[in-house]
Design a protein around this ligand. Structure first.
Ligand code: ME8
Length: 506
């Protein structure tokens, strides 16, 4: 199986906030999971650096445009690294190789007769880099940014999007899982069904962009330029190799609902026009809200993921965002919430279980984990875990899969309470039951570490280390009885040490 996963490429008009980190983290969890299962996996993220807004914001910052985009692209790259994303490449749309690919792509569509010249007159939100009709505005303002759009009138090149309605509807009807979740599929499909207008794919007044190859006085509309990254990157992401024949169209795009129309409607149409295959699948997630509002730089209500990572580390932040908000829905996030889950779930449920298990093996068995001799009284504790999680992650249910794993953590904790190893340790009659119980706990934790590794890539190896188990994260490990007999297990240091509560730290 081949899996090519993408995040949107983020605008460098601002610096990253936790909403950007969110999509990157979710995509990373899927990429790590697929690699674990031996699937050929490629994970792409990057930055969107053209558009009418960028020169303006650069000027406000008193910087040359190129210096400005370099600085902010570096901030996104840093965010990507700090959340511990395992991306295979980081694309920047100012990369000359991407720019050349954009020209080649639009030329194909032009040669196919799907682009024509006309006059554009209408409303444009420079923050969205999108055109709006009067009907789409809220109180005359952009529905996303709440700013009054600009009236634009210029000669543009237009793409015959309207001609793709039937083909798009057909695509949706043949692939009921083309867009997930289902309500987003319905949203995209009904948008297409309402009828599509041709779209402007060039700007006459903007120099900061990729020149239209047959009319170099104009630049390619930033959204067309940006979408093409998913295709262009494959040509040069790996030195000396063209991955396009290998990985296209095995692509799964992840994005939030703000950019559904561009990805679920315009992008497949552009691909069809260029004679290319449409993406395999798209997953549209919701918004992280802060104080019930969409977090965004322009609204000024953002959480900086790096500040949180400084305090809690990357794993707890990764864990929090996908656990707190059902992936696909909107949900509130807060700094107190991060702290609460850090203490209660990571510290108590998981961290203490590792501490207790290793401490009991050290104390009652002198650090020795015997081979599995006693079948657990409760049957196979781990039955179904691997299959359930794999199935949920295949349908992008990142939150559901994590809950399934947490159920396992809770049942291991329940096992300790039920079997009471400290009582079994009182005399020899309990020796076999104690061996069996300690084995089940260690083996269960080992399997949990493997299945959790995509979510907690730093913590998982530490769990295996504390149990002196091989650092093998392959999927086969998500099953019972794979813990190997070892010696020298010591009481583990806390995985999630105490952190000052945010109010105290502030
Ligand atoms: O739209 N909650 O870039 P962008 C959840 N350059 N996700 C959020 C979020 C929030 N509050 N805020 C941002 C662009 N995101 C274009 C994309 S792709 C060819 C071009 C995430 O910087 C989410 O993935 O505005 C959303 O779709 C994306 O950042 C928008 O990033």
């Amino acid at each position: 199986m081949r899996v090519y996963l993408t995040t949107p490429i983020y605008y460098v008009n601002a610096t990253p906030h936790i909403g950007h980190a969110y999509t990157t983290i979710a995509t990373d969890i899927l990429a790590r999971h697929h690699r674990q299962r031996g699937h050929e996996t490629f994970f792409l993220t990057g930055t969107d650096e053209h558009g009418t807004n960028i020169p303006r914001v650069a000027a406000e910052a008193g910087l040359d445009v190129k210096a400005f985009v370099d600085r902010n692209a570096a901030a996104f790259r840093e965010m990507t690294e700090r959340v511990n994303a395992s991306n295979d490449f980081f694309i920047r749309t100012t990369d000359p190789r991407h720019e050349a690919a954009v020209q080649e792509f639009v030329q194909r569509i032009y040669d196919a007769g799907e682009i024509y010249e006309d006059v554009y007159a209408g409303l444009y939100c420079p923050r969205c880099e999108a055109f709006y009709t009067e009907a789409e505005l809220v109180d005359g303002k952009c529905p996303v940014h709440g700013i009054v759009p600009e009236y634009v009138e210029e000669k543009n090149w237009f793409f015959r999007l309207s001609a793709y309605q039937e083909r798009l509807l057909d695509l949706y009807d043949r692939n009921p899982e083309f867009v997930l979740p289902r309500f987003r599929y319905n949203e995209a499909r009904s948008f297409i069904e309402q009828g599509l207008d041709d779209i402007s794919v060039s700007r006459a007044s903007e120099q900061w962009g990729v020149p239209v190859p047959w009319d170099p006085g104009q630049t390619v509309y930033v959204w067309v330029d940006a979408l093409i990254n998913y295709w262009s990157a494959l040509a040069f992401a790996r030195e000396g190799e063209d991955l396009r024949p290998v990985l296209w169209p095995e692509v799964r795009h992840l994005l939030a609902k703000d950019i559904l129309k561009f990805h679920c409607v315009i992008w497949p149409a552009l691909l069809l026009a260029a004679g290319l295959d449409v993406p395999r699948q798209l997953f549209v997630h919701g918004y992280l809200l802060f104080g019930e509002q969409k977090m965004s730089k322009s609204l000024g209500n953002v959480i900086d993921p790096l500040d949180l990572i400084d305090v809690y580390g990357a794993d707890p932040v990764r864990f929090y965002v996908v656990r707190e908000v059902q992936f696909g829905q909107d949900g509130n996030v807060s700094i107190d919430g991060v702290h609460e889950r850090y203490e209660r779930e990571l510290g108590n449920d998981l961290g203490n279980l590792v501490s207790r298990t290793t401490a009991m093996i050290a104390r009652y068995r002198d650090g020795r984990l015997p081979a599995a001799t006693v079948a657990g009284a409760g049957g196979d504790q781990l039955a179904g875990l691997g299959d359930d999680v794999a199935q949920q992650l295949e349908s992008f249910d990142i939150t559901g899969a994590l809950e399934r794993i947490w159920k396992q953590v809770r049942s291991l904790n329940a096992l300790v309470e039920e079997r009471k190893p400290w009582e079994l340790a009182k005399d020899d009659s309990g020796a076999a039951a104690l061996d069996g119980t300690l084995y089940e706990l260690a083996d269960g934790l080992r399997a949990v570490a493997v299945v959790l590794a995509p979510y907690l890539p730093e913590t998982a190896p530490r769990i295996l280390e504390s149990l002196n188990q091989p650092l093998d994260l392959s999927w086969e490990g998500v099953a019972s009885g794979k813990a190997v007999p070892v010696e020298g297990i010591k009481p583990a240091a806390p995985l999630f040490p105490r952190v000052e509560a945010p109010s105290a730290a502030a």
